[in-house]
Design a protein. Structure first.
Length: 268
């Protein structure tokens, strides 16, 4: 068997394991975000949204639908990798993969691919739910696909880095609770950044999730936020996803390279 075939088998095995994991545990991986997003659509979209009126030239439920889809995609891509990789560390079977004759980037790519697939799967489920509450438009298919793939890769890499350095189960919940959740909720999911005072608007521009949500909203609604750094169609969100993903990948790859050289992954 050629080297390329060996690497392909190793990558496919990790991806298949990750997919089987979240499909087998669908009451814990697929159902909760579906229920949560349904409640968001009912409460914020129908009940509260009807009193808010237009937001960015669209009905409120139309405006928040892209943000809710992105929120579920981000959370689940991150959660899949951080829980799976830390579980492998905790159960001490990660060592079997580290000593296998495969390069570290295959291990990295396999876990990230699993996170990407779970994020996209949940995104599809939430999109179907959204269609019961609003009529989703498609302005740019290329932008939608690009931002979804890049964002899931970014958050999968973030989950991997978190899992590598986590030493106990509490460590894998700190980042999602105290970093990701505030950034997502303050990332323009439920409101337009243009409504903020100048000071808070300037602070919001430092939040990379703002650009990702704006790019995805552009892909669905064709709306472009004016008056700030995102005063352009999809490029800001794509740029943020690409540039932010690089450091995560480098950190993850460097850590696994150290493990291959004999320095073990930080213990649980």
């Amino acid at each position: 068997m050629h080297r390329r075939e060996v690497l392909l088998v190793a990558f496919a095995t990790i991806v298949r394991k990750e997919v089987n994991r979240f499909v087998r545990l669908w009451p814990q991986t697929i159902l909760p975000p579906a229920v949560s997003m349904t409640l968001y659509f009912v409460i914020f979209g129908n009940l509260i949204g009807s009193r808010i009126g237009l937001m960015g030239g669209f009905s409120y439920i139309d405006f928040i639908a892209p943000g809710l889809i992105m929120m579920s995609v981000m959370n689940n891509a991150y959660a899949n990798v951080v829980s799976s990789f830390f579980g492998a560390k905790f159960q001490h079977h990660i060592e079997e993969m580290l000593v296998a004759p495969i390069p570290n980037w295959i291990l990295l790519a396999g876990y990230v691919a699993g996170g990407v697939l779970r994020g996209l799967a949940v995104g599809v489920v939430v999109t179907v739910i959204a269609m019961f509450f609003t009529h989703l438009r498609i302005s740019s298919v290329v932008t939608i696909i690009a931002i979804l793939v890049l964002t899931t890769v970014l958050f999968s890499l973030g989950g991997l880095v978190n899992a590598i350095y986590a030493k106990k189960f509490d460590d894998i919940s700190i980042i999602p609770t105290f970093v990701l959740t505030p950034l997502i909720y303050l990332g323009g999911v439920f409101y337009s950044i243009d409504l903020l005072p100048p000071f808070w608007k300037a602070i919001s521009y430092a939040n990379p999730i703002v650009y990702m949500v704006d790019a995805f909203r552009y892909g669905l609604l064709g709306v472009v936020r004016r008056g700030g750094p995102a005063d352009a169609p999809p490029e800001p969100g794509l740029h943020q996803a690409i540039t932010a993903g690089g450091p995560y990948g480098q950190v993850g790859s460097a850590t696994m390279s150290a493990a291959d050289r004999g320095t073990s992954v930080p213990p649980t």
